[in-house]
Design a binder for this molecule. Sequence first.
Ligand SMILES: *Cc1c(COP(=O)(O)O)cnc(C)c1O
Length: 380
Amino acid sequence: MEAGGAAVGPIRPTAVEIDLAALADNARAIAGLAATSLCAVVKADAYGHGAPGVATALEAAGAVASFAVSLVEEGVQLRDAGVRAPVLVMGPSQRGGYAEMRARDLTPVVSDAGDLDELARVGPRALHLKVDTGMGRLGVPVADAAAVAARARALGLELAGVMTHLASADTDDPGEPGCQTWRQLDAFAGVVAAVRALAPAALRHAANSSGTMLFPSARLDLVRVGRALYGNGAWPADAALATPRRQAMRFVTHVAQLRHVAVGDHVGYGALWTATRPTRCAVLPVGYADGLPRRVTGTGAVVIGGRRCPLVGAVSMDIALADVTALPGVALGDEAVLLGAGAGPHGEDTITTAELAAWSGLTPYEVTCGISKRVPRVYR
Ligand SMILES: *Cc1c(COP(=O)(O)O)cnc(C)c1O
């Protein structure tokens, strides 16, 4: 600590709590179901859960075999946190980062044959080759995969894996043989045969969460799971899990002020809400700068004392308001749950990521990724 300075601990009681036991249980349940190697996707700061905290806990629990991130910088962050398991770097724009990847033992995903020369010159030896079977985003074309694999081999590189990414596994019907996911998996099978002729040990992988949960034959040698690991979303295969998956994230704040609003009075920017009965409002020290989407204005709710209370008025940068008229005993400092489970004298209730996403017109991914760095992550 610097002379004259004092460390300021959290004063504003707004935090994200990560249930590490839930994460480890989810990982074990998914790995058991998939019966293959589980690669935990922790890109984008583990979808907002905090990558160092999540990855070190999963590694310590022995719950996953490897990790995947998008950026070289994200891989370096995991190594700095002490993560020792294999780390796959999946995103584009790795050029200029290969020497660092070699130094930090990170495994590149190559999506472009033009990267091979630099990789062979300064990078790690082992790579995973990504093939575009229909996502239309990253990966070498199906028709080029065998030639790119041969070129990698000729340069002395090791093809440790061959992968593709599914575009529509979350919306496709697995019972529909012509759906995009089955077409992608068919195309990938052809690629795998060609690549494995050169590198028989190359790990084959295609499945994200929805691929893993809905398309068993997509599980192959490894599954890359993000969303399901964090306990966001539900799939029919959940019913087969030994332990139910749990949402790992709670987003909480506490009542900072209580106010009476008279009939006809308004609250918040734009006077978007008007009291039609004598109302008690709780002022919550959380806003869109923390990642409570402004678009929950008029639709959202929080759980206080175990009961759902509607958010009223516009969500602003630092403040949101809840109508707590129906909660007689509400007091300053009471916990208000924006995401996750809340319990109290009035019962218990849970706000799921999918629910908050639906209120705000976002995806569950955007909800957790959108919780800003201003909110401390607390690990339990
Ligand atoms: C993000 C990502 C995943 C994980 O997707 P989820 O839907 O969160 O399971 C898997 N593979 C790739 C290539 C990704 O970019």
